[in-house]
Every structure is written in C-alpha cells, then in structure tokens.
Design a protein. Structure first.
Ligand code: SF4
Length: 265
C-alpha cells in the first residue's frame, strides 16, 4: 500500500483534530469524518508502547458512540436503571471491547465467578438457542450493568422506545422487531466498521465473539491483551458470532474503508 507524502499525511492529521471524537452525521457527506475517526483508532492501535491499546481503541469508539447517540436520538426511550430485559440475550462483542470490559471487572471475584459460570452455559448452547433463551448477563448486579462505562457498543445501541414491546419479546418470546430508534443501529454499524477497519490496518483479526466465554478467556491471565496484540489467537476456542462466519456486505465496506485510510497513516 503506497503511503501519501509525509506533508499531506501531517496536514490530514491536523485537519482531523476538529473532527475526531465529535458526533458524526449519519447521512450525506460523512466519508471524511468516518475516515478521520478510523485513522485515529488505527493510530491508537499502532502505539505499541501502550499495552492497553486495544482497550483504548474500544474506549474511543464507545465515547464516539455516546456522543453521537446524544446528537441523533430524537425519540423518547423507555429504558431506565433497573430494567435489564435486554441484558438476557446473546451479546456479540469485538475483541477490543472484551479487553476493555475485562480491565473494568478484573479483581472483582464475585463478578469473575459469574462470568465463568455463564461462559460454561454459553459453551453448551448454540448461538441460535442462546438468542432466544433468556440467560442474565453475569455483569448484572442489582438488575443494573455493573460495568456500565465499559459496556460494549451493542449494549450502548440497544435502547427501546417501548417497555411493553420489550416485555413481549424478552418475557413472552414474541418474534416482533425490537423497538429501537433506527439511528442507533446505524451508529453501531458505523462504529463497528471503523473499529474493524482500524484493526485491519494493524493486521489484527476483527471477528466478534460471544461475550461471556471471550471474557472468561480475557480474565484468565493478566497479559491476555498483550498476547492477543502480539498475534496469539487466545480466542481460538470461543464461538465466533454466526454473522461473522461468512462474508457479508460489511466485509467489503470494512475493506474499502481500510483501503482508503491505509495510505494516510
Ligand atoms: S455488559 Fe452490561 S449492558 Fe451489556 S448485557 Fe451485560 S449487563 Fe447488560
């Protein structure tokens, strides 16, 4: 991949400063903003002196998601602390998010024990079954997320405009569509694409995994993030999200974004 001239790359980085981390438009000409944020995440991941650079990349993506949700969410949501119906389903998580979550709960013995128990159940249950069986997330405490600041993008994106609909889905097994504001799904897709393109640009794998088993692996050793960043496939025994098992339109978008940003870093 041919890099642009140093002066052009430096100018781009300077121009990026007014864009990165700010709420981004979902429609219209947002390619420049998406590329700037992807470049920033890729540069975070390139900082080999930082042993927690994957966690940092996830943290940047989470903050960008929150800022953008604040900008785009126009609907009134029904969610509130203590309402945890959606925390009982399959959670698909990227590796940087898994490490960020592991850093948040490492040292919490009771939470870790619940993660290990939940991972045992997850390993014994195919994903399609896990998506309909209601199994509470092991990070829940007093019916609230005990790692709220470090929760994955998908958890940030799951807000509902209807408690009644959530009760039908999560308590009665209704097949109806989750009542999420459309902007949230779009924001999560953008963030996932940016994060994945940044991982590609650092020769790191980007498939999502089932949360609890992956978290068990991440928590099992203090240097799990460093080992993964060094190329060790520590998640080889964890089930990959079924949506990542085959090529999807997302794959091409990620490759296109990585191809556009690669020459600029
Ligand atoms: S990580 Fe937190 S928000 Fe996400 S499912 Fe678990 S308890 Fe719920």
């Amino acid at each position: 991949m041919q890099r642009l001239d140093e002066s052009i790359r430096q100018q781009l980085l300077m121009d990026d400063q007014s864009i990165i981390g700010r709420p981004f438009p979902l429609a219209g000409e947002n390619a420049r903003v998406v590329q700037a944020n992807t470049r920033h995440i890729a540069i975070i991941l390139r900082d080999t002196a930082a042993k927690d650079r994957a966690s940092r990349a996830a943290g940047f993506a989470a903050n960008l998601m929150d800022a953008s949700v604040g900008q785009h969410l126009k609907e009134t949501v029904a969610c509130s602390r203590g309402c945890f119906h959606c925390c009982t389903t399959y959670v698909s998580t990227s590796v940087p998010e898994i490490f960020r979550l592991a850093r948040e709960i490492r040292g919490r013995a009771a939470t870790t024990a619940r993660v290990v128990a939940a991972a045992g159940r997850a390993k014994a249950m195919p994903q399609l079954q896990r998506e309909v069986n209601r199994v509470p997330c092991p990070i829940l405490e007093d019916n609230a997320c005990s790692a709220y600041a470090a929760r994955p993008l998908v958890c940030r994106a799951v807000l509902s405009t209807s408690l009644e609909s959530c009760l039908r889905i999560f308590q009665q097994g209704s097949p109806e569509k989750f009542a999420a504001p459309p902007s949230l799904g779009a924001l999560r897709s953008y963030l996932l694409i940016m994060l994945r393109a940044a991982l590609v640009l650092n020769n790191l794998p980007y498939r999502n995994y089932e949360l609890t088993h992956a978290l068990e692996i991440a928590l099992a050793s203090a240097d799990s993030e460093e080992r993964w960043l060094a190329g060790e496939d520590i998640f080889k025994d964890v089930a990959v999200d079924r949506l990542d098992l085959e090529e999807s339109p997302l794959t091409k978008i990620v490759a296109g974004l990585a191809g556009a940003v690669g020459p600029t870093i």
